[in-house]
Design a protein around this ligand. Structure first.
Ligand SMILES: Cc1cc2nc3c(=O)[nH]c(=O)nc-3n(C[C@H](O)[C@H](O)[C@H](O)COP(=O)(O)O)c2cc1C
Length: 178
């Protein structure tokens, strides 16, 4: 495996964005898209490019409390589905446990409401900060994809996610990292 797209998702929107980004990245070769629990430590260690994304909760990365609130919301609202990732390890914990020290290309994304970032916050910024603290190299600015409240994704966002994945792949090629 060369590229790992790792996501957290409560209602399935970030999951869809992650799959679209994975399609955009496929010119890089082997791309695996999954929740953090879908990857072994060996797979993550072997990945030369790590693309990481989550929903924005309370201005940043989901916490156990906000993930539990999202699951409760999905149980109470028949229009919302709890995505499988909602019950797995949180991305916040997974990022905390990532090994440091090896040069590795990264890109971060989130889903959030389409309002000024000052109001909504952005999980992608928090993800990027954590990856950079591990000594990894950020190849593009963190990116947000927009939902209507808790979903669905706004029109055109899946296509934009695929194009963003393609751009990440392009930057990797330009820098000749693969
Ligand atoms: C507990 C909770 C807190 C949220 N906080 C924010 C927020 O601070 N800013 C924002 O833009 N969206 C916020 N949202 C909306 C989420 O960003 C939205 O549900 C998410 O992008 C949907 O992605 P998912 O389907 O992958 O979970 C929040 C949602 C929940 C459930």
């Amino acid at each position: 495996m060369v590229v790992a797209v790792v996501y957290d998702s409560m209602f399935g929107n970030t999951h869809k964005v992650a799959e679209a980004i994975g399609r955009g990245l496929d010119r890089l070769g082997a791309v695996k898209v999954g929740e953090c629990g879908d990857f072994t430590e060996e797979e993550i260690a072997a990945a030369e490019v790590l693309v990481v994304g989550s929903p924005t909760h309370m201005h940043g990365l989901p916490r156990d409390s906000t993930r539990n609130a999202a699951v409760a919301k999905a149980e109470a609202d028949e229009d919302l589905d709890a995505d499988h990732a909602a019950v797995g390890e949180s991305l916040r914990d997974w990022l905390g446990e990532l090994p440091t020290g090896r040069r590795r290309i990264t890109a971060s994304f989130d889903t959030r409401v389409k309002r000024p970032e000052l109001i909504t916050g952005s999980a992608a910024k928090g993800i990027a900060r954590r990856l950079s603290a591990k000594g990894y190299v950020e190849i593009v600015e963190p990116e947000s994809f927009f939902v209507d409240g808790d979903g669905p994704l706004l029109d055109g966002e899946e296509a934009r996610a695929e194009a963003w994945g393609d751009r990440v792949a392009h930057e990797c090629r330009v820098l000749n990292v693969l």
